[in-house]
Design a protein around this ligand. Structure first.
Ligand code: GLA
Length: 699
């Protein structure tokens, strides 16, 4: 173990003896800068997604009464209601929407308005067929589904702008409208493959590269006779293509959706009160259709749609998604949609167990959500989603789950003041980079490689120790983190290497996983071996990489175990670069070769892990990394399967503990705290299956 780590342990031990470790109360700057907590509303809210346009008005009153009685305080409406709001071109009918907003207001339910641009009406697509997306085979999509509009069609953009503007003119000062959701799930990033889109892509490339010589050089187009003499020769890639072209297309897709969104934000902001937020409903960290950092930048806040689908909630995988959404803007977020027990689109649409929906809602709050909405309140009597889970049945009466949701919503009311002004603060960041994810997806090299799974391996092991983790862009400020882990930062251009080196020099510990530092920003191989521009800092490099047919042994400072899927043969070049793990006997090439290198650099450290470690070794690695950096658990020891999340405010921190095991569990608290849901001061708690405790640790 390096000297520095021994010192750290001594210091941590001394602090522990003085009672200072594990009892830290990190500070934040208060609530005013938390845009997800709305002035005049509870700090944490529960709500639902409702479609008044699908029902005759006489049934609304009872629906809304039931919502209020269930403690629901937010409703998102209108995101698919274009044909009800503009029944024919240029003729707008917002009367029904106004009446539904007033009804909700009478029942103390705030409204988020969705712009309906995921569902252009039939009159629109019939009259302007160019607004429909063209599939790669040259066919326009037919009307009758959703996300059929083309984000690159100038006509479609102008129609979207007009409906968003008319809505904003009418509701931009509405006291009961708190915010706007743009479109719905970014149309799954579906694109149109028509000539107009191709021209826009070519123009976009031209603006970026300026000259064809530059493009030809960065793309290495001498390969397979791809040299371009004219911008209009450049195709939209369909299927495997030049990796540079494929990466640029992904970036163009993000740009096209960002522009599509901005087109609506501009007119909304032109008419709406500043207090009304803008947001979009993302689909979690697993979905990489667009670069979420680019799309979320102009929004007031991030929201996402959190569904389990088949099976049950994995608090680590889902927690990583929450943390990734929080990391988009480095602030709390909303869950605009979540699963009311079951969905209709998974392989097996099983129902979540009794208590699991409540646990899932609190899990969201613990990770930094300030609102949780159930999709949907009531299903239309026809349409593609008749079979989806709801909170009331087609008869307008509650389904059994509503009781659990109402109880949880009541608990949110009870706990809301404890959460006011709180956010998640972490000492470790996991880096999420869309360029790298796309590059790896294009050239997996082994169909066993799953970038999400690799990241989750690190997340799981580290989270068990720290109980709080951020998932952020590598380009974000890193200075507040003691440890930064990049599971597979494949695209690592010089500017990013510079940013990461600064972090290390200033005392941070950077951990790179396999496949890191291989490509430049054009998805071209770097002329240096991995980790490219960080090789000199590491004092070592990757000699060769191997896709594995089977697991191979590995042994060293973290113990012995196996690696799977991917292994890199490393070499320590600098005299002070240490080898922490070596491969055992395997394919001959790897036998006895270094698998993990570490080196102290400046005031910090860099570690390169060239393989995918098994769970036990990963746990040892996480232990070593956190001990070495003086990181402590947010709460303290808990039994396996108890999830801890922490939100920190001025002079307080709030812990949410959830039992995700199938047995009753006892947890001893590090010091007495107030159990918010039962009002008692406690020093230990018992949690039943899916049991939840909300603990206020205030000064
Ligand atoms: C998505 C959509 C909703 C609905 C749900 C069903 O999140 O945004 O409109 O289709 O899925 O699970």
């Amino acid at each position: 173990m390096p000297k520095r780590n021994v010192c750290h342990i001594v210091v941590v031990f001394l602090l522990a003896a003085l009672g200072l470790v594990g009892q830290q109360r990190p500070r934040t700057s208060g609530s005013s800068d938390i845009p997800t907590q709305l002035p005049g509303h509870n700090a944490i809210l529960m709500g639902t997604d409702w479609y008044p346009e699908q029902w005759p008005e006489p049934v609304w009153e009872k629906d809304v009464q039931l919502m209020e009685a269930s403690h629901l305080h937010v409703v998102r409406i209108a995101e698919f209601a274009w044909s009800s709001m503009e029944p024919s071109e240029g003729h707008f009918d917002f009367g029904w929407l106004e009446r539904s907003i007033r009804l909700l207001e009478r029942h103390h339910i705030a409204v988020v308005l969705g712009t309906p641009t995921a569902t252009p009406p039939a009159w629109l697509t019939q009259k302007y067929p160019e607004t429909l997306r063209m599939e790669p085979n040259g066919q326009r999509v037919t009307h009758g589904n959703r996300a059929h509009g083309s984000v690159t069609s100038p006509k479609y953009l102008s129609m979207c702008r007009r409906i968003a503007e008319e809505m904003a003119k009418r509701f931009g000062h509405d006291p009961n409208v708190v915010g706007w959701q743009i479109d719905n799930e970014y149309g799954y990033a579906l694109m149109s493959y028509d000539d107009g889109t191709k021209r826009q892509f070519q123009e976009w490339l031209k603006a970026k590269y300026k000259t064809l010589d530059a493009l030809n050089q960065h793309w290495a187009t001498a390969y397979w006779s791809q040299i371009y003499d004219d911008w209009n020769e450049i195709p939209i890639p369909v299927g495997a293509h030049n990796p540079a072209l494929m990466l640029e297309w992904k970036r163009f897709v993000s740009h096209a959706w960002a522009r599509y969104q901005q087109n609506q934000i501009d007119v909304i902001r032109g008419h709406a009160d500043a207090r009304q937020f803008t947001t979009g409903n993302f689909m979690g960290i697993g979905w990489d259709g667009v670069d979420h950092y680019e799309i979320s930048a102009p929004l007031t806040l991030v929201a996402w749609d959190d569904y389990v689908g088949s099976g049950h909630l994995d608090p680590f995988a889902n927690g990583m998604s929450h943390d990734g959404m929080r990391g988009m803007k480095g602030q709390n977020f909303w869950v605009m949609e979540t699963q009311p027990g079951t969905v209709n689109w998974a392989g097996v649409n099983n129902f979540l167990n009794k208590g699991e929906v409540r646990a899932m809602a609190w899990h969201a709050i613990g990770h930094g959500a300030d609102d949780v909405n159930y999709w949907q309140w009531r299903s239309a009597l026809n349409g593609q989603e008749e079979m989806h889970g709801t909170l009331i049945g087609p008869d307008g009466e509650p389904v059994p789950l509503l009781e659990e949701v109402a109880r949880t919503a009541g608990e949110f009311e009870q706990a809301q003041s404890a959460f006011r002004g709180t956010r998640v603060l972490s000492e470790i960041a996991l880096l999420n980079d869309y360029d790298s994810r796309w590059a790896l997806e294009f050239q997996k090299h082994t169909n066993q490689y799953n970038a999400f799974g690799v990241a989750l391996g690190y997340y799981r092991a580290l989270r068990k120790i720290t109980q709080s983790l951020d998932v952020i862009s590598p380009y974000a400020s890193l200075s507040g983190y003691k440890l930064v882990v990049a599971p597979d930062l494949n695209v690592l251009p010089a500017t990013l290497a510079q940013h990461l080196t600064e972090y290390i020099k200033n005392g941070g510990h950077l951990v790179l996983g396999p496949r890191s530092g291989m490509k430049d920003e054009y998805n071209a191989l770097l002329p240096q071996r991995q980790p490219g521009f960080l090789g000199a800092t590491l004092g070592g490099r990757v000699e060769q990489y191997y896709a594995l047919e089977k697991n191979i042994p590995i042994t060293g400072a973290w113990g012995s175990g196996e690696v799977s899927v991917w292994a890199e043969q490393l070499r320590a070049a600098a005299p002070d670069t240490e080898v922490l793990l070596r491969y055992g006997t395997s394919n001959g090439w790897l036998d006895g070769q270094p698998a993990v290198l570490t080196r102290s650099y400046g005031k910090g450290r860099i570690t390169y892990i060239g393989a995918i470690l098994d769970d036990k070794l990963m746990a040892e690695a996480a232990d070593w990394l956190t001990r070495g950096t003086g990181i402590v658990a947010a709460f303290g020891p808990v039994p396996d399967g108890i999830e801890v999340t922490r939100r920190v405010g001025e002079d307080k921190q709030v812990f949410v503990l959830i039992n995700f095991t199938q047995q009753k569990q006892k947890v001893a608290l590090p010091r007495p705290m107030k159990s918010i849901l039962d009002g008692a001061q406690v020093s230990s708690i018992e949690l039943g299956v899916y049991g939840v405790a909300v603990l206020l640790d205030a000064k």
